[in-house]
Design a protein around this ligand. Structure first.
Ligand code: AKB
Length: 323
């Protein structure tokens, strides 16, 4: 079996994906890469690690050639809020990086996983049960790069036979590695603040409904899609997937079941609110269910309990919590 290369391996998805891929295929088979050096003691440092700036062809090419890579999980990208602050950097990284990865994949016959997002939709997209195939006219730079990325991946599949597959991720929630610069990050921060201070100030309006998913489901979906029988795939880039959808108010209520007295108030950030308002409320993921048997395992109460169980001891260990 050829090796796997993960770009953006120190990010929110990468850190957990590398661990799962190594458990499944063997530590030496999975090469983690990023533009930061892996901190000693982190799980990703327990196997091969390479510095790779994926916008530079030579660096991607060298890593793929030297490690005899057969599959690239290309995760390096800017998220929505930070992409809106730095649209030029977002275009360079999100599109420039993907282009180099696809070019190298074409040369060496690699498969490619590329994450898309609910951010690939726009205000004119149907908001409820957003269909798999529908209008995509995003109004953010992040969304523009995500739709373009979906199209580019499909082009490389049709034109050059590159086995490129992707998922439209909803907001991803994890207690291991924090996200950076997303619009849905509130749904992670809220758990830290609930444990530490029993209160949270939310930057989105209380009734902002968005699709969300717990990270273990997202990692499983990624691996299952890449292992799916290609003859069953009518779609490729990219599949709608979701596990739950809720508003900040509903999330606060679920946390209150576990932490009585937890309080939330709101100070709306107009930039992130506008981004969230342009995204769907709830996706229809029936194509993923039909074509590769996608099923989420965690709903809101199950996720809330699991996060609180694991996050409290983690914060105690880091000295961020009085025992
Ligand atoms: C973001 O908020 O930018 C991401 C996403 C939904 O793609 N979490």
């Amino acid at each position: 079996m050829k090796r796997i290369l993960v770009t953006g391996a120190l990010g929110q998805i990468g850190s957990e994906l590398v661990i799962q891929l190594r458990e499944r295929y063997g530590v030496d088979r999975v090469v983690a890469s990023d533009v930061r050096i892996a901190p000693a003691g982190e799980a990703v440092s327990e196997g091969p690690f390479e510095y790779v700036d994926c916008t530079l062809h030579e660096q991607v090419n060298d890593a793929v050639r030297r490690y005899e890579v057969g599959t690239i999980y290309h995760l390096a990208a800017l998220l929505s809020a930070v992409a809106e602050e730095k649209p030029h950097v977002a275009w360079q990284l999100n599109m420039g990086g993907l282009y180099q990865v696809l070019e190298v994949a074409r040369r060496y016959g690699c498969s490619v996983f590329h994450p898309s997002s609910i951010g690939s939709f726009g205000p004119e997209t149907p908001k409820e049960l957003t269909p798999q195939d529908t209008l995509q006219r995003p109004t953010t730079m992040y969304g523009v790069t995500k739709v373009s990325g979906e199209l580019l991946c499909d082009y490389y599949f049709r034109r050059f036979g590159v086995d490129a597959r992707g998922l439209r991720f909803p907001g991803l929630i994890s207690y291991l590695v924090p996200p950076g610069g997303g619009t849905t990050d509130y749904a992670v921060e809220i758990f830290y603040e609930a444990i530490k201070h029993r209160r949270y100030q939310c930057y989105l309006r209380s009734d902002t409904c968005l699709d969300m998913m717990y990270m273990p489901d997202a990692i499983r979906a990624t691996i299952e899609l890449m292992e799916a029988d290609p003859s069953r795939l009518e779609h490729r880039n990219a599949f709608n997937i979701t596990a739950m959808n809720f508003t900040p108010e509903q999330l606060a209520k679920a946390i209150r079941q576990e932490i009585p007295g937890f309080e939330i108030d709101y100070r709306v950030d107009p930039v992130r609110q506008a981004i969230a308002d342009s995204w769907p409320d709830c996706l229809d993921d029936s194509a993923a269910r039909y074509e590769w048997d996608w099923r989420p395992e965690f709903d809101l109460p199950a996720m809330t309990r699991d996060i609180l169980t694991h996050l409290r001891p983690k914060l105690e260990l880091q000295g961020e919590l009085q025992v």
